[in-house]
Ligand binder design. Structure first.
Ligand SMILES: NC(=O)c1ccc[n+]([C@@H]2O[C@H](COP(=O)([O-])OP(=O)(O)OC[C@H]3O[C@@H](n4cnc5c(N)ncnc54)[C@H](O)[C@@H]3O)[C@@H](O)[C@H]2O)c1
Ligand SMILES: [Zn+2]
Ligand SMILES: [Zn+2]
Length: 371
């Protein structure tokens, strides 16, 4: 079938709407009508070329929710009409990582940015003018319809509106899990969240839910700081240095129990600033991405050793999508996670490039595309 989709023809580039030919589902695949997709910063990293992908054109989008329209032959566990959230990380359920409760590290992730099917780097489901088109994270939620591996979807209850459900496919779990799983926030903790956009505000929510006494938000954009306060931040500052000073003033000079880095374009300097803000034996969580070629974090080796500090990278909030996606939606239903409030603006497929201009201008916590 022919579907409209927002693609990058090359990078650096801008999202533009093209018509792609979409193949139907093969075994262990489904065709999904996308209802809503989130404008995560990672899709902008592939537009700027910070995160290079394996195949151009590529149809963007990895945060999304929709309704199953067609199920491949001999495919179990999902039915036409099911509501699903896309998991940007596929979950095979069998590899070492899936088998030990670390689905976010599933070995299928090796081809996350290849654009092809996970098991076959030569197999694609989208074409444009006869040429294969890559699918961001194997999903491509910036499309009216998409064909994905069943290992990239999680079936969810039908009472949750799909526009809010889409947010848990990346941003919510990534941020929440960075505070809950990666920082292991505990009661009474003092936590700094550096960069309170779509991911960071969910780290704020996760830290508060875990019992942090103080959650200090850092962002140069005043409206972001204000929003972070509305979802649980107790304090907010323009710079990490001010936040670190404040954390020390609240902890007898020690520093934050943990700091979580969720800046849009994460640099080595951000990581070093976060490292300086934590106490002895504190945890620095790094969840933001920057240019992979920019190697180097200016921190002192002896400070790492003598203060026994821990630096913890975190992909997808160190979460297990098949458990954590429905759990986050349960918590939403109970009022423990705010989702509706995170949606700042709604865009059409044709306006995705504008959505990213607005993201960079600091206008959105999360922009979403509705179809
Ligand atoms: N680890 C993962 O699994 C994962 C998943 C999704 C996204 N990400 C990455 O996380 C990062 C954040 O994504 P997002 O969608 O929330 O982006 P976003 O653009 O919505 O938010 C980033 C925020 O950082 C702020 N910021 C920029 N420089 C800052 C600084 N020096 N100090 C404090 N704040 C600063 C911006 O004002 C903005 O509010 C991106 O790099 C994205 O690619 C990682
Ligand atoms: Zn994302
Ligand atoms: Zn696996």
């Amino acid at each position: 079938m022919k579907v409209r989709a927002a693609a990058l023809l090359s990078a650096p580039g801008k999202y533009e709407t093209i018509e792609v030919e979409l193949d139907g589902p093969r075994q262990n695949e489904v065709l999904v009508r996308v209802v809503a997709a989130g404008l995560c910063h990672s899709d902008d990293h592939i537009a700027t070329g910070d995160l290079p992908v394996g195949k151009y054109p590529v149809v963007g989008g990895h945060e999304g929710a929709g309704i199953v329209e067609e199920v491949g032959p001999n495919t179990t566990g999902v039915a036409v009409g099911d509501h699903i959230v896309f998991s940007f990380m596929p979950v095979c359920g069998r590899c070492r990582w899936c088998a030990t409760g670390r689905q976010n590290l599933c070995d299928l992730g090796a081809l996350l940015l290849a654009g092809s099917r996970y098991d076959d780097p030569t197999s694609y489901r989208m074409t444009h003018n006869g040429e294969a088109v890559g699918q961001m994270c194997g999903t491509s939620t910036f499309a009216e319809y998409t064909t994905v591996d069943v290992r990239s979807i999680v079936v969810i209850p039908k009472d949750i509106p799909l526009d809010v459900a889409c947010l848990v496919g990346c941003g919510v779990i990534t941020g929440w899990g960075s505070a809950v799983n990666a920082a292991q926030t505990g009661p009474g903790d003092v936590v700094i969240v550096m960069g309170v956009g779509g991911i960071g505000v969910n780290a704020v929510q996760g830290a508060r839910h875990s019992g942090a006494a103080q959650v200090i938000a850092v962002d140069p954009v005043a409206s972001k700081r204000e929003f972070a306060t509305s979802v649980g931040a107790t304090d907010a500052f323009e710079t990490i240095e001010e936040a670190a000073d404040y954390a020390r003033s609240q902890t007898n000079g020690q520093g934050a129990d943990s700091t979580i880095i969720t800046t849009g374009i994460t640099t080595g300097d951000h990581i070093a600033q976060g490292f300086a803000s934590i106490r002895k034996a504190g945890t620095l969580v790094v969840a933001g991405f920057g240019n992979p070629a920019a190697v180097g974090v200016p921190i002192s080796g002896p400070e790492l050793v003598l203060y026994q500090k821990r630096i913890q990278g975190a992909i997808f909030g160190m979460a297990n999508p098949t458990y954590d996606i429905p759990r986050a939606l349960d918590l939403y239903r109970q009022g423990a996670i705010k989702l509706d409030e995170l949606i700042s603006r709604r865009y059409s497929l044709d306006d995705i490039a504008q959505g990213y201009v607005d993201m960079h201008a600091g206008l959105n916590i999360r922009g979403i595309v509705t179809f």
